[in-house]
Design a protein around this ligand. Structure first.
Ligand SMILES: [Zn+2]
Length: 335
């Protein structure tokens, strides 16, 4: 230790006066014990080119402990970098993110009550991008559930699946987005949505056309008042005027039901059809025949062939976005 010059003894009064002066001048300080090991400080740089073509450098000085919990892969990499004298002011570690993306990631890591991370589409997408590159699992989960909670338009969700198809966490977004998009008239899909789903658009258009074709067939077939199984056949035999029932059913269907399936803007869903049949008066149909028919129809969940059309659309869009197909359900082990 360096020798300190010897101080002349001072009176208590002198010391007290000096303290008052120091206090007034804010000179009094306390000793700081350094628990914050400076050899674990790391300097990171991000580089990006702005719209005028100028390279913008941003520097982040971080303590490794702040990264260890939520970004262990990055913390590990930086620890090794520090050992080879990287991550210093003179030789910063350069990471492949924009300033905004990396700031956003740090905002999430330093999320505090008084400075909360902003749950917005842009910040969550930035967080997802950085977290997926850094294999920061907590960040991925946080961003995925945050984006799900925002209930973004289906076209945007599909676009995000395209951007992050390497993350299994986003694969489950395809099904609901495709199901929503094929229900909508193509004319309602805006130009920007069409751009977002560019690669999937032809499949969506084709599926929508196939659905129209299927509904046209259903509307013409009228779900003839026929019977599904032997038990019901026996019951129907009790109806002495069943031919009349069938004729009357067809006629009401033709006049009041069929055309609603062909509404281009909003064709009847299967659920809506069941409700409509329930509430429609079929004057010349034996009430027990109507009840039996509705009972049979309500055991199905959709128009015949609809499930297959939707599944086919989802599967081909999964292929477009390189989402691996979900394998068949595991078979029961042989006894
Ligand atoms: Zn009948």
């Amino acid at each position: 230790m360096a020798d300190h010059p010897k101080l002349a003894p001072r009176s208590t009064e002198d010391i007290e006066n000096q303290m008052l002066v120091d206090k007034a001048e804010c000179k009094i300080s306390v000793n700081v014990v350094d628990f914050y090991h400076n050899n674990r400080m790391v300097v990171i740089e991000t580089q990006e080119i702005n719209e005028t073509g100028k390279v913008i450098y941003s520097r982040f000085k971080l303590h490794l402990s702040s990264l260890e919990l939520h970004a262990p892969v990055l913390a590990n990499f930086l620890t090794q970098a520090l050992e080879s004298v990287e991550g210093t002011e003179e030789n910063p570690v350069i990471l492949p993110f924009t300033t905004r993306e990396f700031t956003c990631f740090l905002d999430w890591i330093h999320d505090r009550e008084w400075r909360p991370f902003k749950i917005m589409e842009e910040s969550l997408v930035d967080l997802l991008r950085v977290s997926s590159t850094l294999k920061a699992d907590d960040g991925i989960s946080y961003a995925v559930s945050g984006l799900e909670s925002l209930r973004l338009p289906s076209a945007r969700m599909l676009q995000l699946v395209g951007d992050f198809h390497h993350l299994p966490e986003v694969h489950c977004w395809v099904g609901p987005a495709v199901k929503d998009l094929i229900q909508r008239p193509l004319g309602e899909i805006t130009n920007s949505e069409a751009q977002q789903i560019a690669a999937a658009y032809p499949t969506i258009a084709r599926t929508r056309e196939n659905i129209q074709r299927l509904l046209t067939q259903v509307s013409q077939r009228s779900f003839a008042l026929k019977l599904a199984d032997k038990d019901q056949q026996e019951e129907a035999d009790l109806c002495l005027t069943h031919k009349e029932c069938q004729k009357a059913w067809k006629s009401v269907w033709r006049e009041n039901i069929g055309y609603l399936l062909l509404d281009f803007q909003k064709p009847l869903t299967y659920r809506e059809l069941l409700e409509l049949l329930q509430n429609t008066d079929f004057p010349k149909v034996n009430p027990s025949c109507k009840a039996r028919m509705l009972n049979w129809l309500s055991r199905k969940t959709d128009y015949p062939g609809m499930k297959e059309l939707v599944e086919e659309a989802v599967a081909s869009i999964e292929d477009i976005y390189h989402v691996p197909r979900r394998g068949p359900a595991p078979e029961n082990p042989k006894v």
